[in-house]
Design a protein. Structure first.
Length: 85
């Protein structure tokens, strides 16, 4: 079964024709799956955004710096990222 990217907790996915056959007509109904996401140790959702907290030193905050940022697919990037201080 393929789950489309970006499901939110509580989202429902319809799987057409995968329910048990009806005892009256033998037609198969649709199966509905409800998405539950387990907590991640580093990332969390905030609305449509994925949030992570990365510790930085005070001088990096004041003077600016390039840091490696972990991403959900495991790639470390030193390119610009939006930060809230």
């Amino acid at each position: 079964m393929r789950i489309p990217p970006g499901p939110k907790p509580g989202s429902r996915i319809r799987v057409k024709g995968k329910r048990r056959p009806s005892p009256f007509s033998q037609a198969r109904g649709d199966l509905y799956l409800t998405i539950e996401l387990l907590p991640h140790p580093f990332f969390r959702f905030q609305g449509d955004d994925i949030i992570s907290e990365i510790p930085i030193r005070p001088d990096e905050s004041v003077l600016g710096s390039q840091i490696k940022v972990p991403t959900p697919d495991g790639i470390q990037s030193s390119s610009s990222a939006q930060a809230s201080v």
